[in-house]
Design a protein around this ligand. Structure first.
Ligand SMILES: Nc1ncnc2c1ncn2[C@@H]1O[C@H](COP(=O)(O)OP(=O)(O)OP(=O)(O)O)[C@@H](O)[C@H]1O
Ligand SMILES: [Mg+2]
Length: 326
């Protein structure tokens, strides 16, 4: 498959101090939905801003649909659509007026714009409320409007920066199906950033985990899960003595001490190892407060490669950001 995006050694340092994007190289195939997964402050928005020409990189290059970011920025603006993380639609205008405004920015002839706007409104089921003020839309409706604002110029590549941030689960799933149908209908490449694991698992053909501005690992969700090479057992222990004893357990391929006296153990096959582990615990008088057995999941992948749980403290931050965005 040919590539829609080729990023080479892209770096962004803000005010000479904060390295937000750190030597990122990445290839994204044409026509796929690609997920960039990372926590708050990982550098996702900065990367999107560079790729859409809003920000200049400190160093490095990228090609988007064959166009050089540093040379053909005007062309790139024409062939890309972007739905930024914060709401950009005007609440005092109707859904239809918002789309017309975007069409004017791109100098799309009036008649053509009207036809296209009608198709887009119907596509995300906003046609019946097209004349209602955007401020009167529900959170999900407003996000759908934002989504099609990014499609007015019929882009080849669409960037979605946290498209479902702060929405409830049902509304998020609903939005995913619109994103899928957009990809199918227009056969475009979609790059989406998120810190929702279920979002990349459900939507993305391939993904990269980004942490502290660096790409940590890339692949399909299946490939990343397979790369864990086994199941995960976590044990919550009570004291250092128990921790030291568990460190001697020979049947684990890896044993790590996490925060709060939690042990994270990798085993080739939890069904076989569990009875052995239970005997070891009993023989050594270790009585964990809890034992958890998990098959490979994206949660586990994230912990494996970043050392942290992606959901830690995330929900409060999401809510605060969502309120700000409104
Ligand atoms: N204009 C700016 N000036 C200085 N530092 C910035 C600026 N914008 C972002 N940063 C810093 O760059 C880093 C990456 O921020 P960025 O917004 O790209 O992350 P993100 O992955 O999009 O996070 P979130 O999930 O919160 O949206 C953070 O440390 C942030 O504080
Ligand atoms: Mg962001």
């Amino acid at each position: 498959m040919d590539n829609s995006i080729e990023i080479e050694n892209l770096t962004k340092i803000y005010s000479g101090r904060v390295t937000a994007v750190d030597n990122v190289s990445l290839k994204i195939g044409r026509g796929m939905i690609y997920g960039l997964l990372g926590q708050n402050g990982a550098g996702k928005s900065t990367l999107i801003k560079i790729l859409t020409g809003v920000l200049k990189s400190t160093s490095g290059t990228a090609r988007i649909a064959g166009n050089d970011l540093n040379k053909d920025s005007l062309k790139i603006r024409r062939i890309t659509g972007v739905v930024p993380q914060d709401l950009t639609t005007d609440g005092d205008l109707s859904g239809r007026e918002n789309l017309k405004l975007v069409a004017e920015l791109y100098d799309i002839p009036k008649k053509e714009a009207e036809e296209r706007i009608e198709v887009l409104l119907k596509m995300v089921d906003l046609y019946d409320v097209r004349n209602r003020h955007a401020s009167a839309y529900s959170g999900g409706m407003r996000k759908r409007l934002e989504l099609v604002c990014g499609l007015v110029n019929t882009p080849e590549v669409l960037f979605l920066d946290e498209p479902t941030l702060g929405l409830d689960v049902t509304t998020r799933e609903n939005l995913w199906s619109y994103i899928r149908s957009i990809q199918k209908e227009f056969k475009i490449t979609i790059i989406l950033t998120t810190h929702y694991l279920d979002e990349v698992d459900s939507l993305a053909d391939e993904l990269s985990i980004i942490d502290h501005g660096k790409i940590i690992i890339s692949g399909t969700s299946e490939e990343l899960k397979k790369s864990l090479n086994g199941d995960i057992i976590t044990l919550k222990l009570k004291n250092d003595d128990e921790i030291n004893k568990i460190g001697e357990f020979k049947n684990a391929t890896e044993i790590k001490l996490m925060e709060n006296k939690e042990i994270r153990m990798k085993v080739s096959n939890s069904d076989e190892i569990l009875p052995v582990l239970m005997k070891y615990l009993s023989d050594n008088s270790i009585s964990p407060e809890s034992i958890n057995i998990r098959k490979p999941s994206l949660d586990e992948v994230f912990i494996e490669y970043t050392g942290r749980n992606i959901n830690a403290e995330q929900e409060n931050k999401d809510y605060a950001k969502f309120m700000r965005a409104r």
